[in-house]
Design a binder for this molecule. Structure first.
Ligand SMILES: C[N+](C)(C)CCCC[C@H](N)C(=O)O
Length: 264
């Protein structure tokens, strides 16, 4: 059997791949366009959350991640560590979240002839415009509401995760991948259900001055929203938040646990 065809086939195939690569890259970049900003920001924020959580538990219980399966921390410690992680991640998240909310609310019809250009051209332009108009503090608009939203609800997040893992795992053993997926998914849902009322208020405060009227503060925003739209306003987005929370947090916890396991 002549080998040349194989070699030629291999080389031409490889060349095709090399030549095709830039096109694939463009296609891929096009496909993921607009995703690099959320991906980059979630990476930073999530590393702060999990890093602070784990270190807070280390400080509270003097056990490392590996030791915690044999000596599980109390739920009070898990809650305190979760709240600490939530509090600190909220500050890192605040500017990214503000930009996301501002860009998502830009729903002017796209590039119709004669229509005004969008206010923000992209995440960097959005950040720069806010910075120019309001200074660095402008980038933290709504940060207080975000902190109130995330501090207790991330405590709830880790308590739910730990509790569910322990229900389905024999003492001292590592939870199975299935358990981690389900516990992570439900931790996400529970946390988002608890966070939704303040999520609504947070987004309104971040939009204040643009589309919405300006509020005197968090309480004013809560009271006037409830007065005008009824108490149902605090549950706006509950279904979509929960539907998104399950897969996102199932995968977050699964990859987190697996990475830690594989690093020893
Ligand atoms: C605290 N709060 C519920 C707002 C978020 C908790 C889960 C965090 C996760 N990165 C996610 O985006 O779902």
């Amino acid at each position: 059997m002549p080998a040349e065809e194989f070699v030629a086939g291999w080389i031409s195939g490889a060349l095709g791949l090399v030549l095709g690569h830039p096109f694939d890259t463009v296609k891929l970049l096009g496909f993921f366009k607009g995703m690099s900003f959320p991906i980059a920001s979630i990476a930073v924020v999530n590393s702060v959350l999990f890093g602070v959580y784990s270190n807070a538990l280390l400080a509270l219980t003097a056990t490392s991640h590996q030791e915690r399966r044999a000596q599980p921390p109390s739920y009070t410690h898990v809650f305190i560590a979760g709240c600490t992680g939530g509090f600190l991640q909220a500050y890192c998240l605040a500017p990214f979240d503000l930009i996301k909310v501002r860009l998502q609310n830009q729903t002017e019809p796209r590039a119709k002839p004669g229509s005004p250009p969008p206010r923000y051209r992209g995440p960097v332009h959005c950040a720069a415009s806010i910075f120019q108009a309001e200074g660095p503090r402008g980038l933290f608009r709504g940060a207080w509401a975000l902190t109130l939203r995330d501090t207790p609800t991330l405590g709830i997040y880790f308590v739910t995760y730990e509790w569910l893992c322990r229900q389905f795992t024999p003492d001292g053993q590592t939870p199975s991948s299935g358990t981690v997926l389900v516990a992570g998914g439900f931790a996400g849902i529970t946390s988002w259900v608890a966070a939704t009322p303040l999520d609504v208020i947070k987004s309104r405060m971040q939009m204040a001055g643009l589309k919405q009227r300006a509020y005197r503060g968090l309480l004013d925003c809560m009271v006037s929203s409830a007065r005008q739209e009824g108490l149902g306003v605090f549950f706006r987005g509950l279904t979509i938040n929960s539907a998104r929370a399950f897969p996102v947090n199932a995968v977050t916890f699964l990859s987190y646990e697996h990475l830690l396991l594989s690093w020893g």
